[in-house]
Ligand binder design. Structure first.
Ligand code: ADQ
Length: 448
């Protein structure tokens, strides 16, 4: 098999290279195991616009992986990353066309950055490389590489959902984007629904159906290990002491409108109204670090969340009880795992999600003898694999409130049974097996 070349918008930061902490970096380390690998993408740095012309690719090799990164100019960051990727493609792919703020200039910058990436990457490539492109920031990269004369096998994996054509066509130039995806030899998505939608788009522009499903997973062994070994840490003990024996409900999500947070808080309010016996008798901890804070829709979301949490805490709180413990800063991963283990239930209720790794992490973190209950949105990509969670429609506040009540009153034997049925898939489809199956599919494509 040739060298593996990963292309993603963000490349692991220098400090994460020797010891990857999670996500793609860990998945790839497992999958590549000693094989030579090149990882190309944005350095995370912004430079003044007039320095774009002379920018160089910076190279750093750690073990078997060479990291090649380029800076983005300020205008590129604004147009490519914030404007087009996160202001247009992200909402559209999460079925929120109403939140798109389209501009032709951003579309132009998006394509220009993809072309720049292709131009910088092409000279680094060898003829038998396998190129694996990641996510919506880089939809047109395959075609841009072909235009540079690259004939290697190129695969693409979309981490987020792909909407039906009736929605996708709201994107100016959607047909062109679909046609550009033909440059890929393998087109991977998270779920059967996404594959159906991508193939529907292909059929509109006369491209043969080629989307394939590769659901992503986590590294369950290490997460489980962190969950039990972390229980003794001072922070976890502090949380446990503060619970005073009350059951803990936990939510952990980036602050993003796809995660259904206002809807979740309103459902919790319905729960407190409908089941008043839980007032003062349950602790709800929601950890929601701010993300993409300079995109306008995310500022609006933050204000909305501050308002809803303030309203609930003001209305239902008491001098010795806060209904929602609400954190807008990140918590280290080594604490999240034991926090999950301490909890009685998790609320994972996105309005739409490519997969949602928190759902899988929650299952991995549980103690077989006393597992917590996962309350999961039907619209998370993880839902079809997790039918033994309490599946809910996140728009239906009563359904979520009833699921909360059910989770808190569920017998130990039912909790154990549900967890026992959830566990095998979390252990079977891991980050490593996901990466291996994608790379194998790409390697099996006949070279041109
Ligand atoms: P995300 O939208 O970022 O990922 P998710 O799959 O839930 O969503 O992954 C988030 C990761 O960040 C998890 O590992 C989680 O533990 C961690 N995380 C979340 N909140 C945190 C917090 N408060 N503090 C620390 N860590 C936190 C995108 C898609 C998903 C898809 C993944 C992978 O949107 O649908 O599952 O990529 O393909």
């Amino acid at each position: 098999m040739g060298r593996l070349v990963i292309v993603s918008n963000r490349v692991p930061a220098v400090r994460e290279r020797a010891q990857p902490a999670g996500g793609l970096a860990v998945a790839l380390r497992d999958a590549v195991q000693g094989q030579e690998c090149l990882w190309f993408g944005w350095s995370g740095q912004q430079i003044p616009d007039d320095e774009g012309e002379d920018r160089r690719v910076s190279i750093d090799t750690v073990d078997n992986v060479t990291y090649a990164t380029v800076d983005l100019t300020k205008s590129e960051y604004n147009g490519f990353y914030e404007g087009y990727s996160n202001g247009i493609l992200w909402p559209l792919c999460h079925y929120r066309a109403g939140l798109m703020s389209y501009s032709r200039q951003d579309r132009h910058t998006y394509h220009a950055v993809n072309t720049m990436f292709a131009q910088k990457l092409a000279p680094l490539l060898k003829s038998d490389d396998l190129i694996w492109v990641h996510d919506y920031h880089l939809f047109p990269l395959g075609l841009a590489l072909r235009e540079q004369g690259i004939k290697c096998r190129i695969g693409f994996f979309l981490h987020i959902p792909f909407p039906p054509w009736s929605l996708m066509r709201a994107l100016p130039g959607a047909e062109k984007l679909m046609r550009s995806l033909r440059a890929y030899d393998v087109m991977g998505v998270q779920t059967e629904d996404d594959a159906r939608n991508v193939n529907e788009g292909f059929s509109v522009v006369g491209v043969p159906a080629q989307a394939r499903v590769f659901p992503i997973g986590i590294d369950p062994e290490s997460f489980q290990q962190q969950a039990s070994s972390g229980l003794d840490s001072p922070e976890v003990q502090k949380l446990e002491k503060s619970l005073r024996g009350l059951p803990l409900i936990i939510g952990v999500d980036r602050m993003d409108y796809s995660k259904g947070l206002p809807e979740r808080f309103r459902a919790y309010e319905v729960f407190l109204r409908k089941y008043p016996e839980y007032r003062g008798k349950v602790i709800y901890l929601q950890i929601t670090p701010v993300s993409r804070g300079s995109v306008p829709e995310y500022k609006v979301l933050r204000e909305e969340l501050d308002g809803v949490v303030g309203h609930i805490n003001g209305t239902y709180g008491d001098f010795d009880w806060v209904p929602i413990r609400y954190l807008t800063h990140p918590v280290p991963r080594e604490l999240l795992a034991p926090f999950f283990r301490l909890s009685h239930a998790a609320l994972v209720t996105p309005l739409r999600d490519g997969m949602n790794l928190v759902a899988k992490e929650y299952v991995a973190a549980q103690d077989a003898k006393d597992p917590g209950v996962l309350i999961l949105s039907r619209f998370a990509g993880a839902a079809p694999e997790m039918e033994d969670a309490l599946l809910v429609n996140p728009h239906d506040a009563d359904e979520v409130a009833d699921a909360l009540h059910k989770s808190l009153s569920m017998s130990l034997s039912e909790r154990q049974l549900r967890w026992k049925r959830l566990k095998p898939d979390v252990w079977r489809v891991t980050a490593g097996s996901w990466a291996r199956s994608f790379i194998t599919a790409l390697a099996e494509v006949r070279s041109e």
